[in-house]
Design a protein around this ligand. Structure first.
Ligand SMILES: *Cc1c(COP(=O)(O)O)cnc(C)c1O
Length: 464
């Protein structure tokens, strides 16, 4: 093979694209993509040769192949979530059950009756697909599904409180990350926030004093990602409902995570269920589909039929409507809730949250050797840790878990080395995401169920 050590000896774009070894790429990916890539590769080669480097035809073809592979690789890919945060918003929140995946595939493949009434043979209502099950599982009169809970809150406020006032406790004016701030959502919904009480203490009398002729509704926001401790007072949902109803106003509760079942039998801390919120007197409850519910991204509004009907008539609903794939998945997930005895086996989010710490520890012990074999310079050990639910649910309570703890005890400041190691794990065919703290790289194995795939994946680990 001829060494190329001057720009004039580089092939032209045409010659590279027409080279015998490149014809497979042209056939698979088309000439336009290969040509564009070849232009970039040749420019890089020109720079490198000018800087005193050399190349040859085989190296150019390899670079071309790598470049095309990089361009075509999907940017949205599965990863191993070993961060210890089960419902990790940045990592896609709840993993879906097999039955939901199946349902999504079936409606994605072709036509479906998403908005078609098969009995009447004419246009139907897409919202009915999840509604019956939601009503059965929560006791609500009616329910509506939108794209996410932020949309559910926005739609509710815009429909029921536009150009009117909404009193909210100062202790509940929360930010949930990802730029969801209750005061901003209120403003965008066109309603006027009336701050009630103080950050740590809000009394019934504060709410009563806040109600005037322009008040549209009372609102309770589940403070999902923090807890106020110490000298505190909040108005209970029952009291708030009583005050609202005495003034003929609806009570809207934003539960955030909202679960449909009592989590205590699974050794998880209690989280207000949708049914409880409705029983306490909420007229509408809003919650996410992909937090504790364990389903697809969605926002669910459940409660009084007359209010839900108003929401459905808001033109904004059209801009927030869920697609058929989401509805198929949500319906499949809700169906699992009809049989609570099997739920913990079939719903991955609950299965992971309720996973036995001893089982996680056994798994961790089994993986020390294969991981250690790939990270010779590091120390790999089993360590106790605590997982989090994530997505703002149950913020304070932590779940006992086990992790692979990777350290470099010989280094006084291992930070940079650990960061590079973490990057190497993220560069694997299926990226492995952990977290760095206390001078260690931690892989919490609570969310690892595919042990064999994980070990296979490690074969590609190349340490710098
Ligand atoms: C998470 C959360 C939201 C936003 O829900 P998304 O489904 O992420 O849009 C709104 N309110 C509360 C209280 C939350 O916890």
């Amino acid at each position: 093979m001829m060494r190329i050590d001057a720009p004039k000896h580089l092939p032209s774009v045409d010659r590279l694209v027409n080279a015998q070894a490149v014809q497979g790429l042209v056939q698979d990916h088309g000439a336009p993509l290969v040509t564009r890539s070849a232009q970039g590769i040749l420019e890089q080669a020109r720079q490198s040769v000018l800087a005193g480097g050399t190349t040859d035809m085989a190296a150019l073809v390899r670079a071309l192949r790598d470049d095309i592979e990089r361009v075509l690789r999907p940017s949205l890919r599965p990863v191993y979530n070993l961060t210890g945060t089960v419902l990790h918003t940045n990592l896609g929140r709840a993993p879906l059950p097999q039955s939901a995946i199946q349902a999504m595939v079936e409606v994605a493949r072709g036509a479906s009756n998403v908005e078609f009434d098969l009995d009447a043979g004419k246009r139907g209502d897409r919202h009915r697909h999840a509604e019956a099950l939601l009503c059965q599982l929560t006791g609500a009169e009616s329910a509506l599904v939108v794209n996410n809970n932020a949309a559910a809150v926005l739609l509710t406020l815009n429909t029921l409180a536009r150009r009117k006032e909404v009193p909210v406790s100062r202790g509940e004016l929360i930010e949930i990350g990802g730029a969801f701030r209750m005061p901003d959502i209120m403003a965008r919904a066109g309603c006027k926030l009336v701050e009630v009480g103080t950050t740590n203490r809000t009394h019934r009398t504060d709410f009563e004093a806040s109600i005037g002729p322009r008040t549209a509704l009372l609102m309770k926001v589940h403070t999902s990602n923090f807890e106020i401790k110490g000298f505190t007072k909040e108005v209970s949902e029952q009291d708030l409902a009583r005050i609202a109803h005495a003034h003929d106003l609806p009570l809207v509760t934003d539960l955030g995570s909202g679960t449909l079942i009592d989590l205590e039998p699974y050794d998880l801390p209690h989280e207000t269920t949708v049914t409880e919120a409705l029983h306490a007197g909420a007229d509408l409850v809003t919650f996410s589909g992909d937090k504790l519910l364990g389903g697809p991204q969605a926002g669910i509004i459940a409660g009084r039929r007359d209010l839900i009907d108003k929401l459905k008539r808001n033109p904004m609903t059209r801009a927030m409507r869920p697609d058929k794939v989401t509805l198929a998945a949500l319906q499949a997930v809700l169906r699992l809730y009809t049989n609570p005895a099997r739920l913990v086996h079939e719903l991955p989010a609950l299965r992971l949250l309720a996973r036995d710490p001893a089982e996680i520890e056994h798994l961790t012990s089994r993986l020390v050797t294969p991981v250690q074999a790939r990270c010779q310079a590091f120390d790999v050990a089993v360590a106790q840790t605590f997982s989090q639910v994530g997505s703002g649910a149950l913020p304070v309570d932590r779940l006992q878990s086990a992790a692979l703890k990777i350290t470099r005890p010989d280094l006084r400041r291992p930070g940079g080395t650990l960061n590079r190691l973490a990057k190497t794990f993220r560069d694997l065919p299926v990226p492995v995401i952990g977290r760095i703290s206390e001078d260690a790289l931690w892989f919490d194995l609570r969310c690892l169920e595919d042990e064999e795939g994980f070990v296979q994946n490690l074969k590609d680990l190349t340490l710098p």
